[in-house]
Design a protein around this ligand. Structure first.
Ligand SMILES: [Zn+2]
Length: 146
């Protein structure tokens, strides 16, 4: 109770949100935005080729949309604020194509862990997953077996 964090952006010490479960790094939305931008800059700096490739694809797609007159139609039909947001594009820096490699590594790890488990443990974990997702669903869970 009463866990406090030191914001990585502004340095303020604030009480942590209990829902963050120890993962909170910043104090506010403004600091969250600042941190996300800082991390995106770091990713771009670490992988300039991948960033450049993503940027080329993003820009090419944007030009294509502009040619099709999408942004102009949006500006005429939607409210001006959302139209400008949509014309600008995304609300955060695009992810790197390198993320696919990370995702595949994670999947490999999950598969390895699953194969290393005993059958009983696998059943217990699957049951727990089903019960957890059923608790978030409106339909009641169906139990299998005796
Ligand atoms: Zn802060």
């Amino acid at each position: 109770m009463g866990v406090k964090i030191r914001c990585t952006e502004c340095g303020k010490t604030v009480p942590a949100a209990p829902s963050a479960k120890g993962a909170q790094k910043v104090c506010s939305k403004a600091c969250r935005k600042r941190r996300n931008r800082k991390l995106a800059r770091k990713r771009r700096r670490a992988q300039p080729k991948e960033y450049r490739q993503d940027e080329v694809l993003r820009k090419r797609a944007q030009r294509q949309r502009e040619r099709e007159g999408e942004s102009r139609r949006r500006a005429l039909t939607a409210d001006p604020e959302s139209a400008s947001r949509q014309t600008i594009g995304v609300c955060h820096a695009p992810g790197s194509a390198n993320n696919l490699a990370e995702v595949l590594d994670k999947i490999d790890k999950i598969v390895d862990e699953t194969f290393a488990m005993s059958r009983a443990r696998l059943r217990r974990e699957l049951e727990a997953m089903v019960l957890k997702s059923a608790s978030q669903s409106t339909t009641p869970p169906v139990r299998a077996g005796p």
